[in-house]
Ligand binder design. Structure first.
Ligand SMILES: [Zn+2]
Length: 348
């Protein structure tokens, strides 16, 4: 695949306010956007306000000339609950789909994804991400591997039923033995997927730096024989680095990253978590994805710095608050210009 045909994408988060023109000026062609489960009361019942809002924005973004990779509803997530003031599990697929793991449940999840695909029509691009980071307990909780992986498989079946041209994949949260165990189940014979997706945050959530991607793409391609998409990647421009852990991991509440608990990063790229290192990191990453023969493109995480960390509610939390290439108030960081330059240089 020529570099000019690869996915030049960005995850349109957080706290966005319709600044599509700025994303266009960057040279991005794809945005990753989420849709919620469509109904509030029963299968094919009342459409939820949330779903309608998300659909409207997907159509608006598509009308601006972007392709959209839609992410489907997963099982849920541990998130900070403002009202309770703590992090808790929030379920996403409603009980009326049936008991998880039963045929009724899988049939309903398949049907819901077929509906989403048909309902979004041309506004959705051909690439789809089924669920989110299903190997990560933050998004899988205590659900069994069978429920988690079969849910992803039937979602892909539903999407491909809705659009036979659709290209589905999952996004692993890392390249670890545990993640591969999950991926082996998802991509067991008979699956409906097109690509293998991976999220990696070398130098932030994982050890390494952006060049580590090359080896990861090679290994994923070797194992699954499918083109590889970098569904999420990036570098946090803020947060203090620590070379030692302050607490026993077992002290940290389940579902909350240790980084939120201690407000430290345990990994860093050379130079630390700064605007300049972030800019250099994203520039080099875009070159790697353009040149790697088995990579079909990437979605940079993310557009804008977050006001609050969705895990812990913190306003200056290393975990989530500094991933943007623009600041909270939408001013370009050095990484914005680095991305613009790289997209011109490596993808034309
Ligand atoms: Zn946090």
């Amino acid at each position: 695949m020529k570099a000019s045909e690869k996915i030049k994408g960005i995850v349109f988060a957080y706290n966005t306010e319709g600044e599509y023109g700025m994303v266009k000026d960057l040279g991005m062609e794809w945005m990753r956007m989420h849709v919620s489960f469509p109904w509030t009361d029963r299968m094919f019942g009342t459409i939820s306000e949330q779903y309608l809002k998300e659909k409207e924005e997907i159509i608006a973004v598509h009308d601006c000339g972007f392709e959209i990779m839609v992410t489907t509803p997963g099982l849920g997530a541990y998130r900070f609950d403002e009202a309770l003031g703590k992090t808790r599990w929030m379920e996403t697929i409603p009980d009326f789909c049936g008991e998880k793991g039963t045929k009724e449940y899988y049939d309903n999840v398949r049907d819901a994804c077929e509906f989403i695909c048909r309902d979004l029509g041309d506004a959705a691009g051909i690439y789809w991400q089924c669920m989110n980071e299903i190997d990560n307990p933050i998004f899988a909780s205590h659900y069994s591997d069978e429920i988690v992986t079969m849910t992803a498989r039937v979602q892909a079946e539903g999407i491909v039923k809705g659009n036979p041209e659709a290209r589905c994949g999952i996004n692993l949260s890392a390249y670890t033995p545990r993640a591969l165990e999950i991926a082996d189940l998802v991509y067991a014979p008979g699956h409906s997927f097109y690509y293998m997706g991976d999220d990696q945050y070398y130098g932030s959530w994982q050890e390494g730096t952006v060049e580590t991607w090359t080896e990861t793409i090679d290994k994923l391609y070797e194992r699954y024989g499918l083109p590889v998409l970098a569904n999420e990647w990036g570098y946090s421009s803020g947060g203090e680095y620590s070379d030692h852990h302050y607490v026993e991991p077992k002290m940290v509440p389940f579902g909350l990253p240790e980084e939120c608990y201690t407000q430290k990063w345990y990994f860093t790229a050379p130079g630390g978590h700064t605007d300049e290192v972030q800019a250099d990191f994203v520039y080099r990453g875009l070159q790697i994805f353009a040149e790697h023969p088995h990579c079909i493109g990437s979605f940079l995480f993310c557009w804008r710095d977050a006001y609050k960390c969705y895990h812990c509610g913190g306003e200056t939390c290393p975990s989530e608050d500094y991933w943007g290439i623009v600041t909270k108030d939408c001013k370009p960081k050095p990484a914005y210009y680095a991305v613009q330059k790289a997209l011109k240089e490596f993808y034309s």
